[in-house]
Design a protein around this ligand. Structure first.
Ligand code: ATP
Length: 453
């Protein structure tokens, strides 16, 4: 991979935003009504990309391990859950209001220079209201009566589902500590200052693992998950290692229940920021649910005859931020024969389309063989068949949506039963007999670090 050739950071996000809309990755929610702040919809290619990421997470965190099982819990849970978890009391961010333009900001996000008051990013004023704590949970009512007894929350994280179902999972599986419960699903946070495109949203999707361990073994498991997760980002998704780093939390930013926490950070155009969090949550959550529910959520180890409340190591990432990162990391521009070529150098594991099947033109003579090639490849790869526009424009489109390989059927194909494979990154072309095409593409995808479907 070449290094990114475009320098200006804001232009990069703007360019990507425009590409994402034009090509059908990301749309503003309810755009025809003016949009909803910090909520986005995902178009056909966005859905494909997210599905690939989701499946790769599930494959590596659950299916390829003997010690992790899955769960899907409701977005709305019993309100006591959020009292026990501490969210009602302290899932808050410090809020200030600009006295001049009345925009509200997250106080810890406002940049202050050496002792001076921070400036309002909207109007430049330095006068703000007193800081107050703002709870980020969305409230709604369950059932037809809108009184406080019916008040419930949209979950701000999926983790609590794993804690409150801990005993049911233990009883219904053969799992014994150490083991983990994984879940992916929507979460909601009424963020005060969302932004940076899909980096900070109010509706987003989390992938969380709660890995239960015996106290005393937690430091080793923490290190295990740090290494596993970093490996996933680099080897499975193909994100450049040079743009990733660990950032351990300082004592002052650790959640009160956490023994240790580290962020995996990515170097975004707007600076290094959190991509995934890994925390040692100790036995805080299970102990709180034991206290609030009166149920026994401890674990009895048959072998050692010990009873204890397990510690929890939690790797948590959001798919929206992941998608943004994968797209930013893959975006590149280069000059080819005096023209700009924009491309997403997606790793073949995440690429929404792995192979484009492109007849040279719409000429009827080419269509039967082109359809035959499409049908032959479709069971093995993520395929798109496209016969519209000139071949040059179709190559450009597939560069921009990150398709690693294109297969072109031309008039010679009708004579020699061979097609051309064009590689996205090098633009190199090679003629391959149709009979060997599937194997040739599988080998190329494999050599590029990917697996097929
Ligand atoms: P912050 O302090 O930045 O508000 P946090 O530390 O509370 O975030 P976590 O609870 O650790 O965030 O969230 C775990 C992961 O979920 C993050 O690393 C990120 O990938 C994702 N995430 C969290 N909040 C959002 C959001 N508002 N929009 C999109 N993704 C999010």
């Amino acid at each position: 991979m070449t290094d990114r050739t475009i320098a200006e950071p804001t232009r990069l996000v703007e360019t990507l935003t425009s590409l994402a809309k034009r090509r059908g990755f990301i749309f503003q929610s309810s755009e025809i009504y003016g949009g909803v702040n910090a909520i986005y919809d995902f178009g056909p290619l966005g859905v494909a990309l997210r599905r690939n990421i989701r499946d790769l997470w599930w494959r590596h965190v659950v299916e390829l391990r003997h010690d992790v099982v899955g769960l899907e819990s409701g977005i709305i849970m019993h309100p006591r859950v959020w009292e026990a978890s501490g969210h009602v009391q302290s899932f808050t961010d410090p809020l200030v209001e600009c006295k001049s333009c009345h925009q509200r900001w997250r106080a810890d996000h406002l940049a202050a220079e050496d002792g001076a008051n921070p400036t309002c990013p909207n109007c430049g004023s330095r006068e703000f209201s007193e800081e107050r704590q703002f709870n980020l949970m969305f409230k709604t009512h369950l059932g037809p009566v809108e009184d406080s007894g019916a008040e419930v929350f949209l979950r701000p994280e999926t983790a609590q589902g794993m804690f409150v179902q801990f005993q049911n999972v233990l009883n219904s599986t053969r799992k014994r500590v150490p083991f983990g419960i994984a879940q992916q699903g929507k979460a909601y946070r009424n963020e005060i200052s969302p932004g940076n495109y899909i980096f900070r949203l109010r509706e987003f999707e989390l992938q969380e693992l709660e890995f239960f361990v015996k106290p005393g073994t937690d430091d080793d498991w923490f290190d295990h998950w740090k290494a596993e997760r970093m490996r996933w980002w680099t080897d499975v998704l193909g994100v450049r290692a040079a743009r990733l780093r660990f950032r351990p939390h300082g004592e002052d930013e650790l959640a009160h229940y956490a023994k240790g926490a580290v962020d995996i950070e990515y170097e975004y155009p707007f600076g290094w920021s959190e991509l995934e969090g890994i925390a040692n949550r100790t036995d805080y959550d299970l102990s709180r649910h034991i206290e609030y529910s009166g149920r026994d959520l401890s674990f009895f180890d048959e072998e050692t005859k010990e009873r204890y409340v397990p510690y929890v190591i939690e790797p948590a990432m959001g798919i929206d931020r992941c998608m943004f990162t994968v797209m930013l990391d893959a975006y590149d521009e280069e000059e080819v024969r005096g023209e700009k070529r924009a491309l997403l150098r997606f790793h073949p594991n995440v690429a929404p389309v792995q192979v484009a099947v492109l007849p040279l033109s719409k000429n009827e003579k080419l269509l039967p063989t082109s359809r035959e090639v499409e049908e032959m490849l479709r069971p093995h790869f993520r395929i798109e068949y496209d016969e519209t526009q000139s071949i040059g424009r179709r190559y450009r489109r597939h560069d921009e949506i990150g398709t690693p390989f294109a297969v072109t059927i031309d008039f010679d194909t009708l004579e020699d039963r061979a097609v051309t494979i064009r590689e996205r990154d090098s633009m190199a072309q090679e003629r391959v007999p149709i009979a060997e095409l599937e194997g040739a593409l599988s080998k190329r995808l494999h050599d590029a670090g990917g697996s097929t479907l």
